[in-house]
Design a protein around this ligand. Structure first.
Ligand code: ADP
Length: 367
């Protein structure tokens, strides 16, 4: 079977004994047919309808293997001189080299993709093994301690501090596992974003509410009017949550981070400003890479595996936006997220939606 590409770029399939090109391919020789309809009467109608009066064809081969055929059609005869034939053969040789190198490149990229995916799995596994072991050891040690105490004295009062520690480490463990799974799912493109128009102010409020419940009151500046983006609400909340969590984790002086939301050049712009240790300038881009932890934290005993910002970047990019970090004037870092704004949505129906951002998202989805 030979596949031809016609003048309009369409692919057509014919058996390899059809046409003068097919004959050149089959017999592995150059053919010149000054009157194509006469040389190949079976396909005279095709030659006529495509105004192909004269045809020359040369086989394309590589190391003795038949790869294809190169043919040139002309509407007037005779048009080809000896130079044209020579040129055609040269082109056929070039085509062979091109096709061969593309084949090698494809084989190479398949191999590279396979190696990348194996390396990715290895990286995930070793990060998981290393980072899960520490909290697991604490959880196990604490649980065994409580178990021994209870065995010795079943009526002893509950060791609240011990149970709290157990719960805290178990939560950390759960967060690490979700981060690892999330990053791997995003890497494989398996997490489909469900986007709909929603007021981004509600995303900020929802994250602030969560921190408020933990006794942390974050300052935020929000626009007076709704600022609508086409967003996956829980995913954007995850991004903001992560940025705030980092700002708190890497804040050296205890000053709380602030959130700003504004419209900027037709985009929705979210900023998390902290006054902490700052990100070394030459690592500002790298911190968004998988497993990258900057030198500012490597020496201290912060928990983390360098996946949070990578996940943020993947989420923001899938919204058609970008994320970056700038130094905060006076010290610290400002993480910025920019995503395209969407046309305004109608106000949520208070009858149907009781409170919060989810009301906005629901109304928008129905609209
Ligand atoms: P993790 O916090 O688990 O290390 P992240 O991907 O969230 O992973 O962050 C990557 C790195 O970026 C951190 O290890 C740290 O070096 C740097 N970083 C992130 N946020 C801040 C911040 N607010 N201030 C200073 N450095 C930060």
């Amino acid at each position: 079977m030979l596949r031809y590409v016609d003048a309009a770029g369409e692919w057509l399939e014919y058996s390899d004994d059809a046409f003068i090109a097919g004959q050149a391919f089959r017999e592995q020789r150059r053919i010149v047919a000054l009157d194509a309809s006469r040389a190949d009467p079976d396909h005279a109608d095709v030659y006529k309808s495509s105004a192909a009066t004269t045809v020359i064809a040369a086989p394309v081969t590589s190391e003795g293997r038949r790869i294809g055929v190169l043919s040139i059609y002309a509407d007037r005869a005779p048009i080809f001189v000896e130079d044209d034939l020579w040129l055609l053969e040269l082109l056929a040789d070039h085509t062979a080299v091109l096709l061969e190198s593309r084949k090698i490149a494809t084989a190479e990229s398949t191999l590279r993709a396979r190696e990348d995916s194996a390396r990715l799995k290895e990286e995930f596994l070793s990060a998981a093994a290393h980072d899960l072991r520490t909290p697991l050891t604490v959880v196990l040690g604490q649980a065994e301690l409580l178990e021994r105490r209870l065995e010795r004295n079943p009526t002893a009062p509950v060791d609240l501090a011990g149970v709290t520690r157990l719960a805290r480490e178990a939560r950390r463990l759960r967060d690490l596992v979700s981060e690892l799974l999330d990053a791997q799912r995003l890497e494989e493109g398996a997490t489909v974003m469900e986007r709909s128009p929603a007021d981004v102010r509600n995303v900020v409020e929802s994250v602030r509410r969560r921190y408020h419940d933990q006794g942390i009151d974050l300052k935020a500046t929000l626009p007076d009017e709704p600022l609508v983006g086409s967003i996956d609400v829980p995913r954007l909340e995850q991004v903001l949550d992560n940025l705030v969590e980092n700002a708190l984790k890497y804040a050296s002086d205890g000053v709380l981070p602030e959130i700003h939301l504004e419209q900027h050049d037709g985009d929705v712009r979210l900023s998390v400003v902290d006054h902490g240790m700052g990100v070394p300038e030459d690592e500002a881009a790298r911190i968004f890479e998988r497993f990258y932890r900057a030198t500012n934290v490597q020496s201290i005993t912060d928990t983390g595996i360098g996946l949070g910002l990578y996940i943020c970047r993947r989420i923001v990019e899938s919204h058609g936006g970008r994320i970056w970090v700038e130094p905060t004037p006076g010290g610290g870092s400002t993480f910025k997220v920019s995503i395209p704004a969407a046309p305004a949505v109608p106000e949520p129906d208070p009858q149907r939606a009781p409170a919060g951002w989810s009301a906005g998202a629901e109304a928008a989805a129905d609209a």
